[in-house]
Design a protein around this ligand. Structure first.
Ligand SMILES: [Zn+2]
Length: 264
């Protein structure tokens, strides 16, 4: 039993279509946008601990209404070979690092872990790329455009991670326990001449900076480095509260309740 976030199913997709990665016309499989193993904190919470209205604290919502789904968001985007051998291989290489990142929420405010640069960077790229090509409403705000989608597609196929500042990403670890079991839709905003995308997974938020001139970004030291050093930032209480508030608004909106404070 899992996540929040509900309705609006993906548009029907012909399972015989072009794989978005290798571009061959083959049968596509229903694969995850956010890797299945990223949902483990949600699964391990069990039904009783899964996110529900009661768990959103004082802003109690529609008791008894289920807004849990049984699986993470999936979509027909990739062929079995690309899903297993390309993306699956990358994910397998970073799984242990993801577990270490989650444990980081119990430690100091700022620090780092050591990762395999090539695979961790490829993992970040695969997450951003899948969010961009997805048709699912959860990722509707992420739109890299054809040029950047193609650059990343080639990098994934050739296992070429590129430079740290290219599609640079700050990894944020949430403090709030409830956010270990919750996702909100991906966020987007302009940051100077760059596009900023926040891809939210349970307990770990990926803050991407995208443009053709990210070499000038001043906080590149927060991106994963070629040495394998991955800086980690814990979110603030204010940040976590903003995410919870968005979650509340989404749930209320989907359950048809009025929310005077809703902005979405
Ligand atoms: Zn393929």
């Amino acid at each position: 039993m899992i996540l929040c976030l509900l309705p609006l199913p993906c548009q029907p997709v012909n399972p015989m279509n072009r794989c978005r990665l290798c571009q061959e016309s083959v049968k596509l499989i229903n694969s995850h946008i956010v890797p299945e193993f990223m949902y483990e904190p949600v699964y391990s919470g069990g039904k009783a601990q899964s996110l529900s209205g009661e768990y959103l604290g004082s802003r109690r919502l529609s008791p008894g209404r289920s807004f849990l789904s049984s699986k993470g968001n999936r979509e027909h985007l990739l062929c079995a070979r690309c899903d297993n051998e390309v993306v699956g291989n990358i994910e397998g290489k970073v799984r242990q690092s993801i577990n270490l990142i989650r444990e980081y929420r119990f430690s100091a405010d700022r620090g780092h872990i050591d990762v395999d640069y090539q695979y961790f960077k490829l993992f970040e790229l695969s997450l951003l790329w899948r969010a961009s090509i997805s048709n699912h409403w959860m990722f509707a705000n992420v739109s890299l455009g054809a040029k950047h989608e193609e650059i990343i597609r080639q990098r994934l196929l050739t296992h070429a991670p590129g430079e740290p500042h290219e599609y640079g990403c700050i990894v944020l670890v949430t403090r709030e326990l409830r956010l270990m079991r919750a996702m909100i839709h991906a966020q987007a905003e302009k940051y100077g001449r760059h596009s900023r995308y926040l891809v939210v997974t349970p307990g770990i938020h990926f803050d991407f900076y995208v443009s053709s001139h990210t070499k000038n970004l001043q906080f590149q030291s927060l991106f994963v480095r070629k040495s394998g050093k991955l800086p980690l930032l814990r979110t603030t209480e204010q940040y976590d509260q903003r995410v919870l508030d968005k979650l509340v608004r989404m749930v209320k909106s989907s359950s048809g309740e009025n929310d005077a404070n809703s902005t979405r």
